[in-house]
Ligand binder design. Structure first.
Ligand SMILES: [Zn+2]
Ligand SMILES: [Zn+2]
Length: 246
């Protein structure tokens, strides 16, 4: 029997539980999506074709027909109740692993993009250039040189050696403005993930040798001094006398 998905949205998988050794139940929650991330249709098709309603045991060819199958309100409001639950044999669920993995990636990219859009601030090339000089063309966290084999930083055609790191990550409300950017080697940037820059810098400082620590403290100070100057000039509440001092 050929099933068609009439309800593409607004359902997203919320969680999964194995009801017995043979059956997996996926919880779906209603969401408001203004955008899609590509394979949702394919994934929902998969659930629709291979699953059945965990409540009424009926086919999921028309999700709207299962309105009555939604569980009642939860005792604790902080726990989000799923709207619908779809059950399927675990072997079938496992067979959709690649599809789910792809869905997860696209969804993460979509959410990241949404976050980025909402964030304020921007930086110019010149500002980044200045930052690079303040940091002596070295990683803010490990002091490794950011200069590539060709003698410059991130030259076209050369492997990337320098990333712009959001000191306070976008996830925690950091902005795109230059005062929230430090330049880091690819390795440090990927290790830092969503950590606060203060915490990661401290961690790296503690792990550093004496010579490296000296260099790190120097570039930390240079950056801090630079941005405190910028703030003093930009901030109209600061008196003229104060901005005049070097
Ligand atoms: Zn049902
Ligand atoms: Zn580094």
């Amino acid at each position: 029997m050929g099933w068609t998905v009439v309800q593409r949205y607004p359902y997203e998988p919320l969680g999964v539980h194995v009801t017995n050794e043979e059956t997996v139940t996926c919880q779906f929650r209603k969401v408001e999506l203004s955008n899609d991330f590509g394979t949702s249709e394919a994934m929902l098709m998969f659930y629709s074709q291979h699953g059945r309603c965990a409540r009424c045991d009926g086919p999921m060819d028309d999700w709207a027909r299962h309105e009555a199958c939604k569980p009642g309100p939860r005792r604790f409001r902080s726990i989000q109740a799923p709207d619908l639950e779809v059950a399927m044999p675990s072997a079938v669920y496992v067979s959709g692993g690649a599809l789910r993995g792809k869905e997860g990636q696209l969804r993460a990219a979509f959410l990241r993009q949404q976050r980025t859009k909402a964030v304020s601030g921007s930086r110019t090339r010149a500002e980044v250039r200045t930052l690079l000089d303040l940091q002596e063309q070295r990683c803010y966290y490990c002091f490794a040189s950011l200069v590539g084999p060709g003698g410059s930083v991130n030259a076209p055609g050369e492997p990337t050696t320098c990333h712009e790191d959001h000191y306070v990550s976008l996830r925690w409300g950091g902005s795109h403005s230059i005062s929230n950017i430090v330049l880091a080697c690819v390795d440090c940037n990927s290790r830092k993930r969503d950590m606060h820059g203060d915490d990661f810098a401290q961690e790296c400082l503690e792990a550093a040798t004496r010579a490296v620590r000296k260099g790190l403290l120097r570039i930390h100070q240079a950056r801090a001094a630079h941005f405190s100057r910028l703030v003093a000039v930009d901030d109209p509440s600061v008196s003229a006398g104060e901005t005049g001092t070097p």
